[in-house]
Design a protein around this ligand. Sequence first.
Ligand code: FMN
Length: 371
Amino acid sequence: MNAKKMYTPFQIGGISIKNRLAASAMFEYGAEDGKITERIKKRYRQLAEGGFGLIITGMHAVSREGRVAPIMVETTYSDYENDLRSIVDTAHANGSKIVVQLQHAGYGTFPQDGYDHFGVCDKEMGDGVFYHAMTREEMASVAQGFAAAAARCRTAGADGVQIHAAHGFLLNTFLSPSTNHRMDEYGGSIENRARLLFEVYEAIRVAVGKEFIVSVKFPFSDLIEQSITEKESLYVCHELARKGVDMIEVSSGMVMDGSAHSFTPFMKKGTREGIFLESAAKLAELVPIPVISVCGYRTPAFIEDTLHSTKITAVSFGRPTVREPNLPKRWLEDDAPAACVSCNRCCASFNDGIITCQVLKDKMKNHNIEH
Ligand SMILES: Cc1cc2nc3c(=O)[nH]c(=O)nc-3n(C[C@H](O)[C@H](O)[C@H](O)COP(=O)(O)O)c2cc1C
């Protein structure tokens, strides 16, 4: 029997999670024209067999035009529920719970699709694609898209969904004063900037009822001067909890492109563990629901200390799940830090058919081992 706190169970809503080590959402890079593939199923089987108590899937698009690329899973194709069910069943057979992350990519949507692109405000992107400021009808349609996607996840047997409100995608651009310059009731005050997120949550809850986890990945800071403030983040998260959100995972940062606006530099090797820990700890003091902290967790001793010295309920892992999908099981026997070196090269998995640790791939190649 392992006495560590990270191996003790906790509850999200009415659902029991067997340990406090969660797999955070990692875009799978593996869909075939939006459809779940065998490689994607294999990734989740490995995470479930590897002992993660909670598995959050990579972001799945709530509509075709909301995707970042055709290799992103879409929730709208006819066999989505069947394909997802097989992932869910494998997770459950291994004692893991599974939550599907739902996404509309906003300014990050796939430019070649020929759609009438929209975002929080009028904006021409570097690739020459024009995004127009969303109309009320488009906002209502996005909220309904989230709700319909969540209902499909519920039908497939998933334990819940996570609204992706972070990392510079659509909902984050509404929350941040750096990108939201609207003059209507969706811009200006934090009550207004959070309105679409609240509407998305409420639409989902109506669609799925109470006995289903609805969680949010929240961007606590934009990591730039013109950021959502700590006070605003605490207000929005408190409101989300009051409205019935079951769990909040605290992240930060707008984009993943390595720019000054990005959180990528924060994630690089050499930065300290638990980079957004203080934000998560503050939130955990305020809300009565579980708070999960993500980013940079690599050693069992640090994680134990975090779980003992704060009210943070659990920690989650992104890149280490690519390198070592069996991390929770491995740490039962061997306390060595996660092998992930935080090089961010898993971001370059476009031609691999599935998110891949490129360091491991190079090692395998050098030893003539098939990956
Ligand atoms: C290649 C890659 C893909 C990612 N995909 C997602 C995603 O689909 N949804 C999401 O919320 N975060 C995504 N993230 C962020 C991770 O969930 C996590 O927040 C981040 O990697 C920091 O945690 P870590 O230090 O444990 O990797 C991604 C990160 C990387 C490097």
